[in-house]
Design a binder for this molecule. Structure first.
Ligand code: NDP
Length: 295
């Protein structure tokens, strides 16, 4: 199966690696050196432009920061659209926004190109292990066509609704993640100040009803150890929570908690910058409360 993959970032690289191992891969990356470095270890062809990548395969996968970048690489004389042929399929694994996906799908449909939004969850480790969850928005026929490509890196792959539904669900998932991180930091900072060891607090919470992936994995592995590895940018999580806040409001559902978390992550992004990891938000609470959540 011929697949083109555009966007060799933190999560795109391990996803594309699975495609290289199981299919015939063409890659394109904005910074060409990254694509050439990838090709030095993984079997693939490097496309010089997005257009070339679009022309090389009938299944094209994008994994870019936001829907804005997907829009940007679609257009223009060297853009994806100029290369993709009628009858081909674009799978967008970006954590994008639902409205942009519906607009992009409509533009592609005019050229008889199918579209599936297919954002992923599971982090870089999940991608390395081929164990990502993939939440898809599109019709049944498009999902069936996309499945063999998605199975190369995904484990739980679900069609959740029409175009845009995958992006909406991903945004809600990540709004929960952001909420858990912020709430965990507040609670653990207070417990630490009160003399409860973070590892003891986590041992108890992880056997109780407040546990989450944040308490079971992120905080023990990244905060308590002080490791704070950079695997998923806080800027990208901030973007996801903003999409969720907008989506919930659009559905006329009260969104006070999500709006608040969106605001907090906006402040965190401004203070910590574009390169900070999402878990570094905890460091703001630590700074403001004068305590470190370690040990
Ligand atoms: P990175 O910031 O690591 O990588 C972004 C990629 O997009 C790079 O290949 C970059 O190219 C490319 N890019 C950035 N701007 C442009 C542009 N204007 N035109 C063309 N290409 C561009 O992001 P991630 O890989 O972490 O994330 C990608 C998507 O996956 C995001 O939507 C994110 O929310 C989502 N995601 C990430 C997870 C993670 O754990 N990292 C987990 C689940 C979802 P260049 O090399 O030139 O900078």
């Amino acid at each position: 199966m011929k697949v083109s993959f555009l966007g060799l970032g933190a999560i795109g690289t391990p996803m594309a690696r699975h495609v290289a191992a199981k299919g015939e891969l063409t890659v394109w990356n904005r910074t060409a050196a990254t694509a050439h470095a990838f090709a030095s270890t993984d079997r693939c062809v490097v496309a010089g432009t997005a257009r070339e990548a679009g022309a090389a395969s009938t299944v094209v996968i994008t994994c870019l920061p936001t829907s804005r970048e997907v829009d940007a690489i679609l257009g223009g004389p060297d853009g994806l659209l100029a290369g993709m042929s009628p009858g081909s399929l674009l799978i967008d694994c970006t954590s994008g926004d639902p409205a942009s996906s519906r607009r992009i799908a409509a533009t592609l449909a005019e050229r008889n190109i199918a579209f599936l939004d297919a954002p992923v969850s599971g982090g870089v480790n999940g991608a390395i292990n081929g164990a990502l969850t993939v939440m898809c928005g599109g019709d049944d026929a498009t999902f069936a066509r996309a499945l063999p490509a998605l199975e190369m890196f995904g484990k739980k792959i679900v069609l959740v609704g029409p175009v845009g539904a995958g992006h909406a669900l991903k945004a809600v998932n990540n709004a929960w993640l952001a909420t858990h991180i912020w709430a965990a930091a507040e609670g653990l900072a207070a417990l630490t100040k009160a003399g409860v060891k973070p590892s003891v607090a986590l041992e108890v919470i992880n056997a109780s009803s407040g546990r989450s992936n944040t308490s079971e994995n992120l905080v023990p592995q990244r905060v308590v150890t002080g490791a704070f590895p950079r695997t998923f940018k806080l800027a990208l999580l901030e973007k996801d929570v903003a999409i969720a806040a907008e989506f919930i409001r659009e559905q006329r559902v009260p969104s006070a908690v999500t709006q608040q978390v969106a605001e907090l992550f906006r402040v965190a992004r401004d203070m910590l910058g574009e390169e900070a990891d999402h878990v570094e938000a905890v460091q703001l609470i630590e700074r403001w409360s004068g305590v470190e959540i370690r040990g």
